[in-house]
Write a protein that binds this ligand. Structure first.
Ligand code: SF4
Length: 311
């Protein structure tokens, strides 16, 4: 199934905004599980989107590094990603829907150990069972999109990063990389929400171009295909990137980084209200809603952006 990216953007619906917020939270949870290593100021697709959507949100997440509460939808997304990752560790003939569903309680235990806050999301055992049933249902949809017994991924949950000369470090976690016998590379990302309506794919494709660019720069191979699999409604969005597109992407990311550094210099992390505010964890602290942001921790702006704020 091929969908062509459109440029005409109207207001996204509340459901779309909610799904995107969940996808970002899932990406963050997966990134948090990766081993940490010292790094220079940088950007992931989610944090880039944060700045574009609302500079104040970027400040709360990247400069202040304020904690955010877990949500059932994001935790379910993390669980489903973990199940799919471990499914591909099984021998190909054993990657059945029953096997995937059998991994759900196993990965739920792992999730509880890694993040005890998820226990607090549910008041009763019935609520947990219903939530787990939702995860099994998403896995059922996954099996309508592709047959994992016929795939042999080259990488799963691959941590990618590249340093842009005179720019930020770009980093992210790629759900899956497939390499065909002829060398063609396919980058796959699972989304547990619903697919965007036609004309609203740009945010998701931005993330995929980001990964394509980093793989291209680090491995010298431009992925042939970028594939988003939406388990919320069983839709696959595919895109074939070009080298010209990668050049445009690099120019865009440099321009966004310049905007971030200029904002860091002036300290004007302005709130930009939108439908996203309904899902924002920091609303109580946001000046747009009468809140008062905390003092910026000493040295935090420089650590995150490489810029010393103007006195
Ligand atoms: S509540 Fe809205 S305006 Fe305020 S930080 Fe969050 S997204 Fe930005």
């Amino acid at each position: 199934m091929e969908q062509v990216e459109q440029t005409a953007e109207a207001e996204p619906t509340s459901a779309q905004v909610a799904d995107e917020a969940v996808d970002e939270a899932v990406d963050d949870a997966i990134a948090a599980e990766q081993p940490r290593r010292p790094s220079r100021p940088g950007l992931s697709p989610s944090r880039t989107n944060d700045f574009l959507q609302c500079p104040q949100l970027f400040r709360f997440r990247v400069i202040d590094r304020l904690p955010e509460p877990a949500s059932p939808a994001a935790a379910r997304g993390t669980l489903v990603h973990a199940v799919l990752e471990h499914l591909f560790a099984l021998p190909a003939p054993e990657r059945t829907l029953d096997a995937a569903r059998a991994l759900v309680p196993v990965q739920w235990e792992v999730l509880r150990e890694q993040d005890p806050r998820v226990e607090e999301l549910f008041g009763t055992d019935d609520e947990v069972l219903e939530w787990l049933a939702g995860a099994r249902s998403l896995l059922g949809t996954y099996f309508t999109l592709e047959d994992p017994t016929r795939l042999e991924p080259r990488e799963r949950e691959l941590s990618v990063r590249v340093e842009l000369e005179d720019g930020p470090e770009l980093r992210g976690i790629v759900d899956r990389v497939d390499v065909a016998p002829n060398g063609w590379v396919r980058v796959v990302d699972y989304k547990t929400g619903r697919s965007p309506r036609a004309g609203f794919e740009s945010s998701a494709l931005f993330q995929m171009r980001f990964y394509a660019y980093v793989i291209w720069r680090t491995r010298g191979v431009l992925p042939k295909r970028l594939q988003l699999e939406y388990l919320g409604d069983g839709v696959v969005v595919q895109h074939e990137p070009s080298e010209a597109e990668m050049a445009t992407f690099e120019a865009r990311i440099r321009s966004i980084w310049a905007g971030i550094q200029e904002t860091a210099r002036t300290g004007e992390w302005r709130p930009r209200t939108s439908k996203l505010c309904d899902w924002c964890s920091f609303r109580a602290l946001c000046p747009a809603f009468g809140g008062t942001p905390p003092e910026v921790p000493e040295g935090a702006v420089e650590r995150a952006t490489g810029v010393v704020p103007a006195a």
